[in-house]
Ligand binder design. Structure first.
Ligand code: NAP
Length: 549
């Protein structure tokens, strides 16, 4: 068709945009790889227990064509599954070393085997001839024979019964940069699905990914994530910003890209598919952070209380970065752990009295006035378990250690009226802390002769991986109650020793849960569901989590 201009010159009609293939997909796609065709299909079968939507990394095996026959059987046996076939070339970060032409052959073979979507890298699309891409698009899912059989069966003669969806993807394994430009390059091919993957080097890189999604998701079926520990939240928050789906791993050992989260954690812990514009965002900042138990504990509390909130692990590199991210996202509140507890303080509008005394902040809250406020709940973590068992005022309490945890113990217990004695390997540090906090010092060799109401271990002795198992000699234990702040293992050598003497004990898990309970109260102004929080932490520790607060 042509359109006549008034001058009489002929103009070509504007090309109608392609009608995009829209598949009915789960929100979570599990990427699956394998060393052999059999293992790939076996892993795919396992992944189907978690979701109906999988990505098969055909490039993970040396001869992807060998997987096509078993793949066809697999899809036939699992008609409810949606499968993306990927054969990413080595030059683009995958494992496939064949030619561009053979990459197309593998993808066409996978579509004919029944995959509803193929993933073609942008670099391959740009290097290919238009005819190659056309041929790929025209491939019948399940093969031509299948389409004809389906058409005959439905009696209406529609041959293209199941259209193939083409996804064009771009992966940057170094950085997050110029995402809009990349998306435009992809859109030039009018694919059915657009996938932009970058690597996050800082938390703020996630904001670029989320901005891309919210800007483009109305017009495009788009997926965007940032790989790496720093980019973890882009996987969780992506669907909230309009990503058609997000990626996960079927188990912790089976991820195919850095930063992937298990399907179970995505659904149960982060509830990624229930997040919306009203969801309040919380998290824990630290470095390293992936083994923090705070997301399990606080995520459980939010779920238990039926709150529209999510709690994320956030790997930061500086106090400035974490605060700028907190403001920009914006977040409603956060936990702060090592190594930022001291560094954040000078940047805050105001802090509670204990944070000011100890110089350390472990909790942030966004105020109604737009300012960020700091708190120290480590103190409650130590004082609350004790006050539930005894009268602290007037009690004689020995604190072993003079680091961050000891500081919280000493300031908190002095304020509660206890007579506190600081004992530390480096005596000068004990003396400095005692002087500032109005406590006493005690030389280690005097401990056995000085009866105490409570002995608190605030050193890492006894922690899994620590070379020293007991912070004191066996004959030095002379207290009525022992509180070990270490909680991995749950039953530390010090707690074992105390129990063997019939001395009551408090585990460091109680401190962790109590400091978290007070954080929850600061953020939500509700009583924390302590029992559920404790249960979730104990369960995670039994499953082999490392200790970090
Ligand atoms: P920190 O700031 O590094 O302080 C460690 C303290 O332990 C220092 O005073 C150090 O003495 C002393 N120390 C280290 N190794 C020792 C050894 N082999 N023998 C005797 N003393 C030793 O650490 P922190 O942040 O206070 O944490 C201490 C422990 O508390 C952690 O390992 C963790 O297990 C536990 N903690 C638990 C929670 C919880 O929620 N339950 C929270 C925070 C910490 P020097 O001054 O001589 O170096």
């Amino acid at each position: 068709m042509t359109v006549k201009k008034q001058t009489g010159a002929k103009l070509a009609a504007p090309k109608a945009p392609r009608v995009k293939v829209r598949l009915r997909l789960d929100k979570l796609c599990l990427a699956v790889d394998g060393r052999t065709a059999a293992e790939l299909i076996q892993n795919a079968q396992t992944a189907l227990k978690e979701t109906r939507f999988i990505e098969l990394r055909l490039d993970s095996i040396s001869k992807p064509a060998e997987a096509l026959a078993p793949l066809k059987k697999f899809i036939h046996a699992n008609p409810g599954a949606s499968v993306i076939a990927t054969c990413r070339r080595k030059a683009n970060g995958g494992g496939y070393t064949g030619s561009l032409a053979s990459e197309f052959e593998v993808l066409i073979g996978a579509a004919e085997a029944g995959c509803q979507m193929v993933d073609l890298e942008l670099e391959s699309a740009e290097a290919a001839k238009a005819a190659q891409i056309d041929e790929l698009r025209k491939t019948h899912v399940g093969g031509k024979k299948n389409a004809k059989a389906a058409a005959a069966a439905n009696g209406i003669g529609i041959v293209d019964e199941i259209p193939l969806a083409l996804m064009i993807s771009y992966h940057d394994y170094q950085r997050t940069k110029q995402l809009e430009k990349v998306a435009e390059r992809i859109e030039a091919f009018e694919p059915d699905y657009v996938k932009v993957v970058s690597t996050a080097k800082s938390l703020n890189d996630n904001l670029m990914v989320l901005d891309l999604l919210s800007a483009r998701s109305a017009e495009s079926q788009i997926v965007a994530i940032a790989m790496g520990d720093e980019g973890l939240l882009s996987r969780i928050l992506g669907p909230r910003e309009g990503a058609v789906f997000t990626f996960g791993a079927s188990s912790e050992s089976k991820g195919t890209a850095p930063g992937q989260i298990t399907a179970r954690a995505m659904r149960d812990l982060y509830r990624f598919d229930q997040l919306d514009g009203a969801t309040k965002i919380y998290g824990v900042f630290g470095n390293p952070i992936l083994h923090s138990l705070s997301p399990v504990m606080q995520g459980t509390a939010f779920r238990r209380e039926g709150m529209n909130a999510v709690f994320l692990p956030l790997k930061a590199h500086s106090a400035e970065e974490l605060l700028s991210f907190f403001r920009k996202l914006p977040m409603a509140g956060a936990a702060v752990t090592m190594p930022f507890k001291l560094d954040v303080m000078p940047h805050l509008a105001n802090c509670d009295a204990f944070a000011q005394k100890t110089g350390a902040v472990n909790t942030l809250r966004m105020g109604a006035d737009g300012n960020i406020y700091g708190f120290n709940t480590d103190i409650a973590g130590i004082v609350r378990p004790l006050e539930r068992r005894m009268k602290i005022a007037g009690a004689k309490i020995a604190v072993l250690g003079a680091g961050g945890a000891a500081r919280a113990a000493v300031y908190g217990l002095v304020a509660a009226g206890a007579e506190v004695f600081v004992i530390n390997r480096t005596h000068e540090k004990a003396a400095a802390l005692a002087r500032k906090a109005k406590a006493h010092t005690l030389k280690h060799d005097k401990l056995a002769k000085e009866p105490m109401d409570v002995l608190i271990n605030a050193t890492p002795c006894g922690m899994t991986g620590s070379r020293t198992s007991l912070p004191i000699a066996k004959n030095e234990l002379n207290a009525k109650l022992v509180f070990d702040l270490v909680y991995n293992p749950l039953e530390t050598p010090l707690l074992q020793l105390a129990r063997s003497r019939g001395i009551p004990v408090i585990s460091g898990v109680e401190m962790f849960v109590q400091q978290g309970a007070q954080q929850f109260e600061i953020w939500t102004a509700r009583p924390a569901p302590e029992a559920d929080m404790l249960r979730s932490v104990l369960h995670a520790l039994e499953e082999g989590h490392e200790e970090k607060s």
